[in-house]
Write a protein that binds this ligand. Structure first.
Ligand code: NAD
Ligand code: 89Y
Length: 343
């Protein structure tokens, strides 16, 4: 396999996971890094032994010598950096949330399409081992056609210590975390026709909403509820588990706290442990997310080699991003949003 050369922009909190995962991925190596903060550049450069270091993305692209760029900055710079990659005809991965608005996201997809470069959004939760196990169970027809689902993420984990910017934005849980849950709902039950949402802010120390309840009408005719909260104190903290309930014509699936997959159908009930692996560089409770970072990055390389579209391509992610925007619109106005009309 030819080794692809990558450059990573944004050496912050989450990029450490991406750098570890690149070390494990078959077929790619990071050869250059960029961050406008010299301290972060030095920490990541020294930790991962990267010599080529840039404080300015224009200078990184001008020097070139890499086959793809992995953009791990926060959302404010995503459009600017993806369009820079497109101008330089360099295939790009962009962290979630893809953009600030659906119109920005659409322009980014358009820029990459016109430049003829692949674009993948680092929308990694669908790559988690337990979520993949649910997909596999459905594909094996374990419960027949699903008609109802619940995708639930309820926690009181302190995400603000690692990611302080999450407390400052006008928007919080739907844009930051619910985006993954909505993507999982699409991945499991298919695209969405219409959506109704309600939000709340419970934590007085943050600016945005920390609770959201979203009702989805899927094109398949299934109905689902996506409910997310960072204001839910439980006896056993579930972070960062997404719990799933699916009812089908011939049975049910439950993804329960502690990574149990329970399938009930005419044959009875089976319970399987679908825990993620604890990779050597990972730490609990983040290991579920960390393993999915490795999985999505390996998928990036594998699909580039095959010349095939990525599961969370920019074009695919517009349909997830539309749900984020629709949820904020619905919560603000109280109405049901026609998602198809937004795309
Ligand atoms: P961070 O603020 O810790 O790091 C971002 C880094 O990017 C900073 O070091 C900053 O100096 C640098 N940067 C910003 N703009 C730049 C530019 N134009 N050029 C060069 N450097 C620039 O943020 P973070 O917590 O690491 O989050 C980064 C992204 O990862 C966010 O979009 C966040 O939502 C996402 N994230 C994803 C997951 C996941 O599971 N997919 C988990 C956590 C965070
Ligand atoms: O930023 C978020 C993400 O993508 O996964 C969990 C998180 O780090 C905090 O909500």
């Amino acid at each position: 396999m030819t080794e692809l050369k990558g450059a990573l922009i944004g050496c912050g909190f989450f990029a450490i996971n991406q750098m570890h995962a690149w070390n494990d991925v078959r077929g790619a190596d990071i050869v250059a890094i960029c961050d406008r903060d010299p301290e972060r550049l030095k920490i990541v450069g020294d930790q991962f032994g990267i010599e080529r270091r840039y404080s300015d993305a224009e200078a990184l692209f001008a020097d070139g010598g890499f086959d793809f760029v992995d953009i791990a900055t926060t959302v404010e710079s995503h459009r600017f950096l993806v369009e820079m990659a497109a101008r330089n005809k360099v295939p790009a991965i962009c962290q979630k949330p893809f953009a600030k608005t659906l119109s920005d996201a659409t322009a980014m997809v358009e820029a990459c399409r016109n430049a003829g470069i692949p674009l993948m959004v680092h929308e990694n939760f669908r790559w988690q081992t337990p979520i993949q196990a649910v997909r596999t169970a459905l594909d094996s027809n374990a419960i027949g056609t699903p008609f109802w689902g619940r995708f639930s993420f309820r926690s009181a984990y302190d995400v603000f210590s690692g990611q302080p910017y999450l407390a400052d934005g006008e928007r919080f849980i739907i844009e930051d975390l619910g985006i993954h849950t909505l993507d999982i709902a699409r991945y499991i039950l298919g695209d969405v026709r219409s959506l109704t949402a309600r939000t709340k802010r419970v934590n007085p120390r943050i600016k945005g909403e920390d609770v959201a309840t979203i009702l989805l009408d899927h094109e398949s005719g299934a109905t689902s509820v996506v409910d997310v909260s960072y204001a839910t104190r439980l006896s056993r903290e579930p972070f960062p588990e997404t719990l799933i309930e699916l009812d089908g014509a011939e049975g049910t699936i439950r993804l329960t706290q502690g990574y149990g997959l329970e399938i009930t159908n005419a044959k009875g009930t089976t319970t399987t442990d679908v825990s993620p692996k604890l990779l050597p560089w990972a730490s609990r409770p983040w290991h579920n997310i960390q393993e999915s970072v490795y999985a999505i990055q390996q998928h990036w390389v594998d699909q580039l080699e095959r010349g095939a579209e990525h599961s969370t391509s920019g074009a695919d992610n517009l349909k997830t991003f539309a749900l984020v925007e629709a949820a904020y619109d619905s919560a603000a106005g109280g109405q049901t949003i026609d998602v198809g009309a937004m795309l």
